[in-house]
Write a protein that binds this ligand. Structure first.
Ligand code: ATP
Length: 509
């Protein structure tokens, strides 16, 4: 018998981060030197889970389709790429400095409100963006009223972010670090990491670590068209590292400075129905997320407001995910017109058009871009798969089991093979033979240490969907059957080797 629950927000996040460390999914980068903010390492199980998510995406997005091809482009590209794409001029976030503490804040994540009592402004309060920004500001306003012993009725706070602050307000808004008005006005901070290529370190050698993988697909567009036997509509996909010098990396691997993206540029005829394709890709992305086990209840859509879109953009819809710290963007699906190819055609002097046999005219294709962060999916997967259950055994003892309900598609270990006892040669020999056979095709774990119940729990915690136990029935009775124990229901049944392989073949794809 079991009752299952996911801990609430803050505790859930803590539990996920702690499990990630404890079981070797994710570590802080350079931990022995105190870590480096915004950088992470993936441990033995994490690297498997991440690879499985990436492989599922690649198989479904590229290999199993006839209309999409893959590329792998370099991380450092010609600096003119980033001028043409608009990143040198505009890939920035608004930054606010605290002049005293030297802390830096993203202006759109730092909120403030005037403290208004009986219609008179008595000062300002500030708070960082969180699930409860308004409550924090209200509490700070009440504290100010009490401290200054002001009589009257405090108006409910009206939060605004620092990008909306007037100069005379900036002079009064307290820094979250010092409590005094030490903040600068917001200024644009370019998030691209700069480096130098070659021995010279002057302006002529400046290059950038790519802040997105997408430009690689645009810059290679002609190469793919000329060599890839592709016909519109078609897509070019890649996965790979991107780098952004985020002002405030936070929420574990949700927003980091080095992360991996999985992006696809889907090129369509200029007269094609972009809205139809946009919808097609939003649905595809949602279905794909469900196929790797994310719960539908956690997914939603957010349409970017028309007036906030870049001038060339026809529309952007984000697939949002309910993370423990709130509903946030997981996957952006943008209809970008023919902006990127046109920019590169103009900047390089190399036309990026395609000849239309039907109309005998040349045109620059339009593009729909689904862009997602692999690390963000990883976090969404961990957070929604994590559960703690109260389990009562047949003797009436209750204990908590931690279980990761990972889809078999992405689970780092697909099956664990457990001989009932480690000192019975026949059991161990049969278990070893089965283990070696499974391991040729599927990630598999062999464990003979400790009570079987404890071994099941260890596998539950890392999301292994099935355990097979080699017991006395296996070696003494006809049929060569094992006990198959299913992670989520904890149900057990007898199964043959052929049935086990059939199950794996069906569920792991
Ligand atoms: P955000 O608004 O969260 O900064 P964005 O809109 O700038 O994201 P895009 O440029 O559209 O993001 O990037 C595509 C995807 O890459 C995002 O949907 C997200 O999944 C992922 N991503 C972007 N920035 C980061 C980051 N700093 N860390 C991890 N993943 C990221």
């Amino acid at each position: 018998m079991s009752t299952s629950s996911a801990p609430e927000s803050a505790q859930l996040m803590e539990a996920v981060v702690s499990l990630a460390k404890r079981r070797g999914f994710v570590f802080q980068s350079s931990e022995i030197y105190g870590g480096l903010n915004g950088f992470f390492d993936y441990g033995p199980l994490g690297v498997e889970l991440k690879k499985n998510i990436r492989d599922c995406w690649w198989n479904d997005m590229v290999r199993r389709r006839d209309d999409i091809v893959g590329v792998e482009t370099s991380i450092i590209m010609h600096p003119k790429v980033w001028e043409a794409s608009g990143h040198v001029a505009g890939f920035s976030d608004p930054l606010v400095d605290c002049k005293v503490s030297k802390n830096r804040y993203r202006a759109d994540q730092l909120f403030f409100a005037p403290v208004i009592i009986d219609g008179v402004t008595h000062g300002y309060v500030s708070a960082l963006e969180s699930e409860k920004t308004t409550e924090d500001l209200q509490a700070a306003a009440e504290l100010m009223k009490r401290k200054k012993a002001i009589q009257g009725t405090l108006a409910p706070v009206q939060p605004r972010d620092m990008t909306e602050a007037k100069p005379e307000e900036i002079a009064l808004i307290p820094s979250p670090a010092t409590g005094n008005p030490d903040l600068t006005a917001p200024r644009a901070f370019n998030m691209m990491f700069q480096t130098n290529v070659g021995a010279m370190t002057d302006a002529s050698s400046v290059a950038y670590l790519r802040p997105e993988t997408a430009q690689g697909m645009f810059v290679d567009f002609k190469n793919v068209v000329d060599t890839g036997r592709v016909k519109l509509p078609f897509g070019i996909a890649q996965t790979g590292k991107s780098f952004r010098n985020e002002i405030t990396p936070r929420n574990f691997i949700f927003r980091s400075r080095e992360f991996e993206q999985m992006e696809m540029e889907f090129f369509i005829h200029e007269d094609d129905d972009w809205a139809k394709w946009h919808r097609y890709w939003i649905n595809w992305c949602k279905d794909w997320l469900l196929s790797i086990g994310l719960p539908e209840s956690h997914l939603s859509e957010y349409d970017h407001l028309k007036e906030k879109l870049a001038f060339y953009s026809k529309g952007t819809t984000d697939i949002m995910f309910k993370f423990p710290f709130g509903v946030q963007e997981l996957w952006g699906i943008a209809a970008r017109g023919n902006y990127d190819l046109t920019q590169h055609a103009n900047a390089s002097g190399k036309p990026q058009d395609i000849f239309d046999e039907a109309t005998k005219k040349k045109f620059v294709p339009h593009v729909i871009e689904p862009a997602v962060g692999l690390d963000r999916i990883f976090l969404a997967v961990l957070a929604s798969a994590y559960a703690e259950e109260q389990v009562t055994d047949e003797k009436g003892n209750t204990e908590t089991r931690t279980v990761l309900r990972l889809s078999p598609r992405i689970a780092p270990v697909k099956v664990a093979v457990l001989p009932l006892l480690k000192n019975k040669e026949a059991l161990v020999a049969r278990a070893q033979a089965l283990y070696k056979k499974i391991k040729r095709k599927y990630p598999c774990f062999y464990d003979e240490a400790g009570a079987v119940g404890r071994r099941y729990r260890r596998q539950d915690e890392i999301g292994t969907p099935w355990c097979v136990t080699i017991d006395f029935d296996t070696i003494e009775k006809e049929g060569d059957t094992f006990t198959l124990r299913e992670r989520d229901s904890m149900a057990q049944k007898r199964i043959t080797e052929a049935d086990l392989f059939a199950l794996l073949e069906e569920q792991v794809y």
